[in-house]
Design a binder for this molecule. Structure first.
Ligand SMILES: Nc1nc2c(ncn2[C@@H]2O[C@H](COP(=O)(O)OP(=O)(O)OP(=O)(O)O)[C@@H](O)[C@H]2O)c(=O)[nH]1
Ligand SMILES: [Mg+2]
Length: 326
């Protein structure tokens, strides 16, 4: 488990800009990562969106487990004012169906007087700019395999009566679900130096041992039966992969950091296979556990504060505090 906190300055600005822009937005396209749909859904964005019509796109479906994608689509399509589709942002055909979905979500908009205003939001590196470029059929927005490429909102005229806003990737200040921190980092949504690659790779390997042992064996040819591979301690598995991938230190010892980098690079490129790290069911359970743990932490903190106040001798009435309580 790794703690990931990556909320650089430009994300504060993005949050503010999104709040403003949403005042004049008809449809919000929320791009999710199909490999981690629950973990890539930004609670901050959910707050900003409120009850507006939302099109959820499970992007990078080419890298995700198709069986689990079907489960997630059903899960989201059962929610009010929400449509969900899966997409591979590089393929033009399916991307075009997207505009029809947007028009359906805001039938009162359209035409030169009331153009349809669509905003694309999502975590860093999920494919927002790529999708826009595919929709336009040219490179209008800068896209690259690195989080934090788009730094400012950009308006793109998709048709005479359709405006599309590309926005910078947004995370949230406190990721309370530990699994989400791991998956976000593994997926490439988190800045390079903001997490421990070895810890993230180990978490990823444990998930793959449990859910996709056959894919691990097929990729790394460790010569292990599925049950043996699934039972291997995570650091031994990482070492075995490191040996296969030539992740060695001078003197021939295995370099766990290099091995971790190789595992993460393979996962990001889809080289291990089509993988989805959570189902609606497992994610709901993690979220529930994380919320309970967070409530307990808050209660403990509150308890300590009260105990400290009780222990402080009564002082003369002082000036009111400048900080008002919520
Ligand atoms: N395999 C695959 N790769 C994708 C897909 N969509 C985007 N990518 C890749 O993901 C990387 C990030 O894409 P961007 O479009 O820059 O992502 P973004 O959401 O605009 O990122 P920020 O601007 O940093 O928030 C690029 O390397 C894209 O080629 C997809 O559907 N499948
Ligand atoms: Mg971008």
């Amino acid at each position: 488990m790794v703690s990931v906190q990556w909320f650089p300055g430009h994300m504060h600005a993005t949050q503010k800009a999104l709040r403003e822009r949403l005042k004049s937005t008809d449809v919000i396209i929320e791009l999710l990562d199909a490999r981690l749909p629950g973990s890539s859904a930004n609670p901050l964005l959910a707050q900003l969106i409120g009850d507006r019509p939302t099109l959820k796109i499970l992007n990078k479906e080419d890298l995700a487990d198709p069986v689990r994608t079907v489960q997630w689509l059903a899960h989201y399509n059962a929610q009010p004012r929400t449509r969900a589709i899966a997409l591979h942002a590089h393929t033009p055909g399916p991307a075009r169906t997207l505009m029809a979905e947007c028009r359906r979500l805001a039938p009162h908009r359209g035409g030169m007087v009331k153009p349809l205003r669509v905003l694309i939001a999502g975590i860093p590196n999920v494919g927002k700019s790529t999708l826009i470029n595919t929709l336009l059929g040219k490179r209008a927005a800068k896209a690259a395999d690195e989080p934090g490429v788009t730094r400012q909102e950009q308006r793109i005229v998709l048709a005479d009566d359709v405006y599309l806003y590309d926005t910078p990737g947004l995370l949230w200040p406190k990721i309370i679900v530990p699994e989400s921190g791991d998956w976000l980092a593994a997926s490439g949504a988190v800045g390079r130096n903001a997490f421990d690659e070895e810890a993230v790779a180990l978490a990823l390997l444990r998930a793959l041992q449990a859910d996709y042992p056959a894919l691990l064996e097929a990729r790394y040819r460790l010569g292990l039966a599925q049950a043996a591979l699934a039972a291997l301690p995570d650091h031994e598995l990482l070492a075995a992969i490191g040996r296969k991938r030539g992740a060695l230190l001078p003197g021939g010892r295995i370099d766990p950091h290099k091995a971790a980098e190789a595992v993460l690079a393979d996962f990001r490129a889809g080289a291990i296979g089509r993988i989805t790290l959570e189902t609606p069911h497992t994610f709901a359970a993690w979220l529930h556990a994380a919320q309970a743990a967070e409530a307990q932490r808050q209660a403990l903190r509150q308890g300590r504060r009260t105990a400290r106040q009780d222990a402080t001798p009564q002082a003369a009435p002082s000036k009111p505090s400048t900080r008002s309580s919520p």
